[in-house]
Ligand binder design. Structure first.
Ligand SMILES: [Zn+2]
Length: 412
């Protein structure tokens, strides 16, 4: 399978020549990258190559007694290759609906919710945020009391990262010498990004153009760092690239099924690292004082946040309707303000994300739900925190993809 895996890597590198941002991470041989840049193969020719590689992957036949990880590897190559082929079709101008696109690229389709689903949650929020005017403004006014003072950002993030790393290190043997650098940037369509560099090192960028609320410290420290993207990439490098010599994990194609696992585990990792009330306790003790905030407000803040997070699928609806041409940009901003309670400036930033990354948005919330379901089904429930860490760690050390999280229902 190594020969096919190498061809997969070379294909992703070649597509990256047409699609900036497609190669999210690559730490394989530099010569392969140079080959792709020099050859500058056309999209038409890449489409033909992708077709051949997909056929070759489909023809890989299982051998009796294969380890589970070998079975997962074959499936990984097959589905990642199919997603590369779909991305090439898009780059050549093919159009797909939002759901067709997410199926083709991320191996998953997000459920649909109508207004009434979100209205029920909005009613609950309205009760806990009394006052005049639209709910989005009331929430915004409430949250203004929980902004991290700009001059306190670095110490707050450093403390959050140190605690996430400490908690993760108690359950996961982190690769030797793993490390990352944090940079503060502006003018990006995302709020933070992990750039994995290989050699167990990441660059994490945090976008500071809008005020940063206190919950983002733990969210980002877990999601981008521990036990999220940084750890996921480092464990794949250690166990699959270094120990097994599999080249296909040395590249990360952004618009591919792997992203649902990456984003889903990064989000679910927050709950794994801070079960139950542990998060609020830590924030009251350490982060609120560092951020210049009164710890007395922490409990209420997280009660409100818990409700707000239930609105996250409203973002998928805005993206689906907008990208399917059912609503225009302004209507999408209105929808985000009304149903996900995102203030106007943040809704505008979100629209820039949706326009750039399209159906990628489902990877965060659907990814988190699928990962949670998978981990719990394997005994990693909140009542069994050690087991939960073990199942989670196995998942982020393996090439498992979305359809491998939800095995097909048994035929009756
Ligand atoms: Zn992420």
């Amino acid at each position: 399978m190594n020969a096919l895996a190498e061809q997969y890597v070379r294909l992703v590198l070649a597509v990256g020549e047409h699609d900036p941002g497609y190669v999210d991470a690559y730490y394989g041989p530099e010569a392969w990258r140079l080959d792709a840049a020099r050859a500058a193969v056309s999209l038409d020719a890449l489409a033909a190559t992708a077709g051949e590689l997909c056929a070759a992957a489909d023809a890989l036949s299982p051998t009796a007694g294969d380890d589970e990880v070998i079975v997962l590897r074959r499936e990984y190559l097959r589905r990642q290759l199919a997603a590369v082929a779909a991305r090439i079709r898009m780059l050549r101008g093919a159009t797909m609906t939002f759901d067709e696109e997410s199926k083709a690229l991320y191996d998953a389709v997000a459920p649909t919710h109508d207004e009434s689903h979100f209205q029920g949650i909005l009613d609950q929020l309205s009760a806990v945020l009394p006052g005049e005017g639209p709910l989005v403004d009331r929430l915004d006014r409430f949250k203004q009391g929980f902004v991290i003072r700009p001059d306190r950002l670095a110490p707050v993030f450093d403390a959050a990262i140190a605690e996430c790393r400490r908690r993760t290190g108690e359950h996961i043997a982190l690769p030797p010498g793993e490390s990352f650098t944090v940079e503060y940037v502006t003018g990006k369509p995302w709020s933070a990004y992990n750039w994995y560099k290989g050699g167990y090192h990441s660059l994490i960028q945090v976008n500071t153009e809008l005020p940063i609320f206190i919950d983002r410290a733990i969210d980002l420290a877990c999601h981008e760092g521990y036990p999220g993207h940084h750890v996921y990439n480092a464990l794949l490098e250690q166990h699959l690239v270094q120990e097994r010599g599999w080249p296909e994990l040395s590249i990360y194609a952004l618009f591919s099924p792997q992203s649902l696992i990456a984003e889903g585990t990064a989000n679910f990792g927050i709950e794994v690292a801070f079960p139950g009330a542990e998060r609020v306790a830590f924030e009251q003790k350490a982060l609120f004082p560092l951020a210049g905030l009164d710890p007395a407000g922490a409990v209420r803040y997280y009660q409100v946040q818990e409700l707000v997070q239930k609105l996250s699928y409203a973002g998928n609806e805005a993206a689906r309707r907008y990208l399917d041409g059912k609503i225009d940009r302004e209507q999408a901003v209105d929808w985000l303000m009304r149903y996900s309670l995102t203030a106007r400036d943040r809704s505008e930033q979100r629209m820039r994300f949706i326009e750039r990354y399209r159906s990628y948005v489902i990877n965060y919330n659907l990814g988190q739900d699928l990962v949670k379901e998978y981990v719990e089904k394997h005994g990693g429930t909140a009542d069994h925190p050690d087991r939960r860490w073990r199942v989670f760690t196995d998942l982020i050390s393996s090439p498992r993809l979305p359809s491998g999280l939800t095995p097909p229902a048994a035929v009756p």
